[in-house]
Design a protein around this ligand. Structure first.
Ligand code: TMP
Ligand code: ASP
Length: 236
């Protein structure tokens, strides 16, 4: 398989076409942004960590019946993935109330939630990924009703699997973001990446933040934390 032209450059990843129309190469960069790119920086070897961690978690989810776009990791910063037609929404799962939701609702970071929250936002950097209700999604025709139900069902299963996975490694999964799309056969498939950029993980013993919040809020030990989380994920 040959890598061809660049298709898209995002904040943390670049996507390339390949000589196979069904496959893309996803390249993980060290660039870090926060707050819709108002804050920018570099996290040394973040791309390597996120590539390895995404590979591990995609394999774990596949083993547990979740369709993902992962095909193979080809080097430190690249993986081959299936080409998906992405849904125009991001899906956020919150086990506790933290981050933007804590701020918006005026509650303490880490407030317990009586039930798991599944939240959607419009994929639009220009608009700052605004929150979407189910009615917004259906009224705008972003996703059909039956598929929205399927998105929630598969997201719930992913949440259960990831929450258990990290708990076994002494990390509480506070929240995370995923992106879904359709593969060439029209199957709903998990895409994008799963790594400390796209989730909040708190150490169950110390309460310490073990994710991109260390960069967002200048908490220090950013690189060390990414390496530590990868080591815990790979530990088995
Ligand atoms: P939030 O609290 O800022 O809304 O973030 C919720 C979760 O989604 C958190 O785990 C970080 C992740 N996230 C992304 O992966 N990409 C984004 O652009 C944003 C805003 C959040
Ligand atoms: N990566 C996103 C951005 O640049 C948001 C975040 O992770 O905080 O804005």
């Amino acid at each position: 398989m040959e890598t061809r032209e660049q298709l898209y450059e995002g904040k943390a990843k670049t996507l390339y076409a390949t000589d196979d129309p069904r496959l893309l190469v996803q390249h993980f960069k060290d660039d870090a942004t926060a707050f819709n790119a108002q804050k920018r920086g570099t996290i040394h070897d973040k791309g390597v960590v996120n590539n390895r961690m995404s590979e591990y978690l995609f394999r774990y989810l596949e083993e547990h019946g979740i369709h993902t776009h992962f095909v193979e990791r080809t080097d430190d910063r690249r993986m081959v993935v299936q080409r998906l037609t992405m849904l125009p929404i991001e899906v956020i799962v919150r086990n506790r109330i933290a981050g933007s939701l804590a701020k918006r609702l005026g509650v303490a970071e880490g407030t317990a939630a009586k039930q798991r929250i599944i939240e959607f936002s419009l994929k639009s950097d220009e608009l700052g990924d605004p929150l979407l209700t189910d009615d917004h999604i259906l009224a705008l025709g972003l996703v059909e009703a039956a598929e929205l139900a399927q998105v929630k069902e598969v997201t719930g299963r992913i949440a259960d699997l990831l929450t258990a996975f990290f708990a076994e490694r002494g990390l509480e999964l506070i929240d995370f973001k995923i992106e879904l799309g359709h593969d060439a056969d029209g199957r709903l498939t998990l895409g994008d990446e799963i790594c400390p950029d796209t989730m909040r993980l708190w150490d169950m013993a110390t309460g310490e933040k073990k994710d991109k919040d260390r960069f967002r809020h200048d908490l220090g030990d950013v690189e060390e934390t990414y390496q530590e989380v990868l080591a815990r994920v790979l530990a088995d």
